[in-house]
Design a protein around this ligand. Structure first.
Ligand SMILES: Cc1cc2nc3c(=O)[nH]c(=O)nc-3n(C[C@H](O)[C@H](O)[C@H](O)COP(=O)(O)O)c2cc1C
Length: 222
């Protein structure tokens, strides 16, 4: 659709800016354990009523070092790591197989906060994936069977046909098994940064780095 020039938001990108004044974040209030600090900020995001506060950007790299990013949902914070679920043969799964490192980014716009995480990635146990898989709505469980994530498909009809086959197969209420190629990954952080927007672009940034099993903390320039 054509936009008259003065109403096309793309033409006004350079003027789009916010002043962040909700609050600060300083050394005195940060928890020494960044996972505990994350739980606090996550609770704030939930309390603020944000939609999908557990949505996070997940960046992986190809064997050639080329990054790729997409959104996934955080489903557990456990054993000091961030857990999400996916198809192990998806593009991200294949990239993590070759290079088991990832970066995560949470952005809670209404709170003017960002959290960045970097770390090593491991699959969670099969029993943990099973427990989560069976907690999902039946439609999502069947969807995992119907879709070979990231594979090229001829049409939407192909996927719907496959879904109908799965619905027919499990119609009697039998337990839907966990697909072999489906499960969780845990990102165990080596770095976590908490970012709070402030006026004049003088934002607060507190970065935690794990060194010899201990978390060190420092302030970064915005
Ligand atoms: C809000 C939101 C939540 C999503 N959550 C997940 C998720 O938890 N797991 C997943 O595999 N894909 C999720 N997706 C889809 C991914 O962004 C992506 O399309 C898919 O995983 C395929 O990525 P890949 O081809 O790079 O592997 C989500 C997308 C959005 C927009």
């Amino acid at each position: 659709m054509a936009h008259p020039e003065n109403t096309n938001p793309i033409a006004r990108l350079a003027e789009m800016r916010e002043t962040y004044r909700r609050g600060g974040f300083d050394e005195a209030e940060v928890h020494p354990d960044p996972l505990v600090q994350f739980e606090k900020w996550f609770a704030d995001a939930v309390a603020a009523g944000l939609k999908e506060p557990n949505a996070m950007t997940l960046a992986t790299v190809t064997a050639e070092g080329r990054p790729a990013a997409r959104i996934v949902l955080l489903k557990e914070v456990q054993e000091g790591g961030f857990v999400f679920y996916t198809n192990y043969r998806s593009r991200k799964g294949r990239e993590l197989q070759r290079a088991p490192f990832a970066a995560l980014v949470f952005y809670w716009s209404e709170l003017e906060r960002q959290v960045r995480v970097e770390g090593e990635v491991q699959r969670v146990s099969r029993s943990q994936s099973e427990a989560y898989f069976h907690s999902r709505p039946k439609g999502s469980q069947l969807g995992a069977w119907a879709s070979e994530q990231s594979r090229v498909v001829a049409s939407r009809a192909e996927i719907e046909r496959r879904m109908a086959e799965m619905e027919a197969r499990y119609q009697g209420g039998a337990e839907i098994p966990l697909p072999e190629e489906w499960g969780g990954y845990r990102v165990t952080p080596t770095l976590i940064e908490f970012w709070q927007g402030r006026p004049d672009r003088l934002h607060d940034r507190i970065e935690y780095l794990r060194e010899n099993g201990e978390w060190a903390r420092r302030r970064l320039a915005p």
